[in-house]
Write a protein that binds this ligand. Structure first.
Ligand code: HEC
Length: 137
C-alpha cells in the first residue's frame, strides 16, 4: 500500500514540469511591430510630436522599419533642403512634380501618395521630426 503514496508527489511534479514546458513552447515570439526603443521613446518624447506622429503618420510609417512608406529614421539627411521636406509632408504631390528624388521615391513606393497635411505648421512638423529622431536606432 505504501507504493502509490511514495510516488504520488513525484507524479505531481512531473505534471507541473510538463505543463511549464508546454507553455514555454507555445509562447510565440513578439512580432517586430515596434522596437523596444520606439516603445520606450514613445513614453518620453515630445508629446505633441509623438501624438501627431501616431495620429497622422503611423498608419503608413514606422521610424526604424519600412511599412507602406519608408522608415523615417535619418530622413532629414536625405532632404538637404528643409523647406522642401516640410513642403513634401504638407503636400507631397506638389514636390513630386518638381523634385527628382521625391519622384523616384514615389515610383519606388508603387505610386502610393501620401495624404496631404496642409494644416501642419513648421513647429508641428519640427516636433514630429524631433520625435522621429528621439526614437531612431
Ligand atoms: C497614406 C500613407 C501615408 C501617410 C499617412 C503618411 N505617409 Fe509619408 N510616405 C508615404 C509613402 C508611400 C511615401 C513614399 C513616397 C511617396 O510614395 O510619395 C512617404 C514618404 C515620406 C517621406 C520621405 C521619406 C524619405 O525617405 O525621404 C517623409 C519625410 C514622410 N513620408 C513623412 C510623413 C509624415 C511626417 C507623415 C505624417 C504627418 C506621413 N508621412 C504620413 C505614405 C504615407
Amino acid at each position: 500500500m505504501a507504493f502509490p503514496f511514495t510516488f504520488a508527489p513525484m507524479k505531481k511534479w512531473m505534471w507541473t514540469g510538463g505543463l511549464l514546458l508546454l507553455l514555454a513552447c507555445s509562447e510565440q515570439p513578439a512580432k517586430p511591430v515596434e522596437t523596444k526603443k520606439e516603445i520606450a521613446g514613445a513614453k518620453t518624447a515630445n508629446d505633441s510630436g509623438k501624438q501627431l506622429f501616431f495620429n497622422r503618420c503611423a498608419s503608413c510609417h514606422m521610424v526604424n522599419n519600412d511599412l507602406t512608406g519608408p522608415a523615417l529614421k535619418g530622413v532629414e539627411s536625405r532632404w538637404p533642403d528643409q523647406q522642401k521636406l516640410y513642403g513634401f509632408i504638407r503636400n507631397s504631390d506638389s514636390v513630386i512634380q518638381r523634385d527628382a528624388y521625391a519622384r523616384q521615391l514615389w515610383l519606388d513606393y508603387n505610386q502610393t501618395a501620401m495624404l496631404p497635411h496642409p494644416d501642419l505648421t513648421d513647429e508641428q512638423i519640427r516636433s514630429i521630426l524631433d520625435y522621429i529622431q528621439s526614437v531612431s536606432e
